[in-house]
Ligand binder design. Sequence first.
Ligand code: NAD
Length: 490
Amino acid sequence: MPTRSATLRGHRIPLDLLIGGEWVTGDGRYAVTNPADGAVIAEPTSGGVAHAVRALDAAQSAQAEWADWAPRARADLMHRAHRLLLEREDAIVETMTLESGKPLAEARGEFALSAAFFLWFAEQVAHLHGSYAGGSGGGYRIVVGHRPVGPSYLVTPWNFPLLMSARKAGAALGAGCTVVMKTARDTPLTQALFAGVLHDAGFPAGVVNLIHTAESGEVSAAVMADPRLRKVSFTGSTAVGAQLLAQAAPGIVNSSMELGGDGPFVVLEDADIDLAVREAIACKFRNAGQACVAANRIILHRDIAEEFTGKFVAAAGRLTVGDGFRAGTDVGPVISERQRRRVTDLLRRFTEAGADVLLGGRPVDGPGYFFEPTVLRVGGERHDFCNEELFAPVAALYTVDSVPEALEFANDTPYGLSAYLFTRDISRAIAIGERIECGMVGINRGIMADPAAPFGGVKASGLGREAGQGGIYEFLEPHYLALTVDEEGA
Ligand code: NAD
């Protein structure tokens, strides 16, 4: 039982760390706030370096036995955890809205997708297979199986707290790895409830460990330097991802990175404009624009730019901003005052460079960190900040004269996570889509995360893929046995 818990909207939330199957108190506490009003909602315990090292001790001690569980037994346990997750939907969804600000309907959507990802990995466990082949020169056989990489450090961001945790933990646990999950500072409570599901489902002590901390840098540096750590799976900014990769280098720690994006959203002259507008609104304003796969640069062919812009501004103007618990809210607050100041500053740079504000453009007065849905028309010279992640309910529209110009602009970015392309001509869509330098292209759709699809990016957007047929292999190493065969003996 947790030593400390909070009761929020009637749901009990553990505030402790989970280490070696026990709920443990950390060194101090820190405040988690509701971004819709700035009020403190809970004070989880904060783990220090010693706690993180203890969590790694526990993960290391449990690793060999967990790896030896029969795949069917591991799959059964994951299915039990999935059922328990579904039973706790209301607690998790409401807590997510409370600490992240996202509207309840979006939190429910994230919950459903997270459960689907976890189920996907549960289903894969008993179906993993190896191979058997002849040696290329004869005389022996090549038998290849897979082994879990080992104790894994899962570091997640605040914008999709359940989805990122469920996707990483599902793959790692399914592969037979033990885990230390480090929560995001702003959204530890959703992840605490998720860890509680895994704990209560009956994962053996030490297989699932959870660390909250107000000192991410220091705690992570210690975990990364520990030779028992064999894998880091990180979702967050490119800057922190690069830092973790540098920390992974001395120990050659296997690394998966899901980093920032600069999603080009290209609408060609033959597109279905109403569809493109609808998908652009979802792709841009979901989660108040705080998504790595958000449309960061909406690139319009000049022939349809005016029509698209008129309809897009009208649709964005109909979005209701407010508390995520209020019925009818489309756009919640951004995560913090710091984030809101960053957006205000970025907007200033756009307007000083000559961008026109077609809608919104200001923080909303009153409590909470709300920002008006904003649409910018960016003309003329392009600046470095056009490639910065807006990470806010701010849409930037650009106009191009041709497909080559659209492609050139789409690829003119250090990032390569997601892109979107709208055209009625499917063969043209394939030809152009294949030339966009990124991990994922949505053709005539603005939302595409799916357990059956490989999620991830290229360039500064990351390394590796989560989910899809191959996602679980991010936590497995091929293991090859060479068998001598006496060909004469038969
Ligand atoms: P962030 O990089 O600041 O934080 C991510 C995580 O890293 C958090 O848990 C944070 O506590 C931790 N962290 C911060 N400093 C650290 C350090 N020095 N060492 C170790 N850990 C540290 O990112 P964020 O602001 O939480 O999230 C927004 C970013 O995440 C955006 O860039 C967004 O594009 C990206 N993101 C990417 C994906 C994807 O799948 N590619 C998904 C969601 C978010």
